[in-house]
Design a protein around this ligand. Structure first.
Ligand code: A3P
Length: 286
């Protein structure tokens, strides 16, 4: 039987689930990993569209051929650099390597700026991130959870949340917004118009796909396609790690679900903290 504990490890100033992350794996990501010019990073705060980008990037690099996304697990195709399985997966991959991370900017690979590697950062409305993470923490047996959503909001707003608070994560990464090797996407925008975002991503990566390939990327990266794809929907992960009795990884895939969860008082408190933390930042969520 696989043991899974809801215990965390503090690394520098952030908290990560223990087991899947180790001091060695975090050191590798930050200090030892050697970036290559054609590496592509998929960077997100958790629950902001990580798996979605893993699918889209895989499909773009297969020129729209769905075979790789139907035969290889998403976490092997576009592995997390900070996880303990990351090093061997990444080191053994031929270029161009597609790599995922939830790391805040100050713990991102130090070798990255010395290369022409590219990075895509996807932002999602933090209130929807909070709702998504609340449900995910019930499924994911390695995450600290709360029975009541109301209590989870307090955890989300505290520095004890995994990978640090959303506010600092987003603000840190937004300092890269004028760097030509970075592309910023919004989850809400992708929901509204997936095709134009796929075209934008392809152009940014210098992968000019024809119309049929673009249509195939879109077709195989919709919420429904991914929810039905056992290589991307985490259905094969044992219940000791992802307890499917608590729900599915692909939950709703919508924007605005926070309206069904936050009380007016909580909404007000959240807005106040948002305004305070993000006062110099010009982003909006449709
Ligand atoms: P919900 O819990 O709101 O449904 P991550 O991959 O960063 O962990 O994010 C997971 C969130 O993205 C979940 O949100 C999941 O349903 C949503 N998601 C995954 N694939 C998606 C897709 N193809 N389209 C829209 N949302 C998707």
């Amino acid at each position: 039987m696989i043991e899974c504990e809801r215990t965390y490890m503090d690394y520098e100033d952030i908290r990560v689930p223990r087991g899947v992350h180790t001091v060695e794996s975090m050191n590798y990501a930050w200090k030892e990993f050697e970036a290559r010019d054609d590496d592509v990073f998929n960077i997100t705060y958790p629950k902001s569209g990580t798996t979605w980008l893993q699918e889209i990037l895989s499909l773009i690099y297969s020129n729209g051929d769905p075979i790789p996304v139907k035969t290889t697990f998403s976490w092997d195709r576009v592995p997390w650099i900070e996880q303990h399985a990351g090093r061997s997966l990444i080191e053994n991959k031929p270029s161009p390597r597609l790599i995922t991370t939830h790391l805040p900017i100050h713990l991102f690979p130090q070798s990255f700026p010395k290369t022409k590697a590219k990075a895509i950062y996807t932002i999602r409305n933090p209130k929807d991130v909070c709702v998504s993470l609340y449900y995910f923490s019930k499924i994911a047996q390695f995450m600290e959870c709360r029975d009541e959503f109301q209590d989870f909001v307090s955890l989300f707003l505290s520095k004890d949340i995994i990978f640090g608070r959303w506010f600092e994560h987003v603000k840190g990464w937004l300092t890269m917004k004028d760097n030509p090797n970075f592309l910023f996407l919004s989850y809400e925008d992708m929901l509204k118009d997936l095709k134009s975002n796929v075209i934008k991503i392809s152009k940014f990566l210098g992968k000019e796909l024809d119309d049929a390939a673009i249509d195939s990327v879109v077709e195989h990266s919709t919420f429904k396609a991914m929810k039905d794809n056992p290589m991307s929907n985490y259905s094969v992960v044992p219940n000791e790690i992802f307890n499917k009795e608590e729900g599915t990884f692909h939950r709703k895939g919508i924007s605005g679900d926070h309206k069904n969860h936050f009380t007016p008082a909580q909404e007000e408190e959240f807005e106040k903290i948002y305004k305070d933390c993000m006062k110099d930042i010009n982003i909006s969520f449709s």
